[in-house]
Write a protein that binds this ligand. Sequence first.
Ligand code: NAP
Length: 263
Amino acid sequence: MIKAAVSGAYGRMGKMLIDNIVNSDDFELSAAFDIFNIGNDAGELSGVGTVGVPISDPENMGEILADTNTDVMIDFTAPDATVQNVTAASENGVNLVIGTTGFTEEQRNTIEQFIMKNNNSAVIAPNYSVGVNVFFKMIKEMSRYLSDYDVEVLEAHHNNKKDAPSGTALKAADVISETLGGKKYVYGRQGHAPRGDEIGIHAVRGGDIVGEHTVLFAGEGERMEIKHQAGSRQAFAGGAIKAARWITGAKPGIYTMEDVLGF
Ligand code: NAP
């Protein structure tokens, strides 16, 4: 059995991850962390019934991960929290699956340095859905053929999402930019804003939209769009569980979802 801990256990993703772990044949929930509901049963809060694992204070994370012999921790929290949590997990030899998005470059570097210094294994991905990772492959291919078309990346998410644009939209722009030898990004447009040779990136926030990403390639007299729509957070949770299974047997290093899926 793979002993997995969930950080952000009372969050939208955390609850779904606990449900997946508890209902899998090869995982066991070893620990759960959140800043609210400390002491309450993680299973009851997730709606899967009593599992005998309380929500613990992230302040005690290192000690609890060591005591429970946790193999992997899945963290879907917030950028500052993830930096702290990676430190605690990494120092205790726990592998990581990081789903949090919205890191600054400095935060991302700190996380990577910690993982490398402690010889850990981690998957870091802005989007764990299998479909989105196929979408990344497709837009890479499309941008090769449509290299002189205008490119716009559009994303839509629920009204509680804190970072904008989404990590997935940024990764989509990066995939295209790398393929085309480097592009400038323009975030939204306002006032006098003539189009240049940029990738435009636009974020919509509203209601309970789980996550939508569209890349538009617009040329003279025609346009092509490729769109991914997540209908449920299970698309991300299922992928994160795949990543947790995969990272448990991986050599030390930092991996992406493409590595997990063998692309
Ligand atoms: P959410 O519902 O706000 O959940 C985050 C949870 O983490 C909250 O319960 C939060 O508590 C808790 N938390 C805050 N600080 C913590 C700490 N130090 N240790 C442990 N838990 C802590 O958000 P969500 O929708 O689940 O998303 C979480 C993150 O995952 C976001 O960055 C989001 O963009 C990202 N995400 C990524 C993917 C992907 O596939 N990579 C998919 C979906 C979401 P409070 O509410 O009290 O702050």
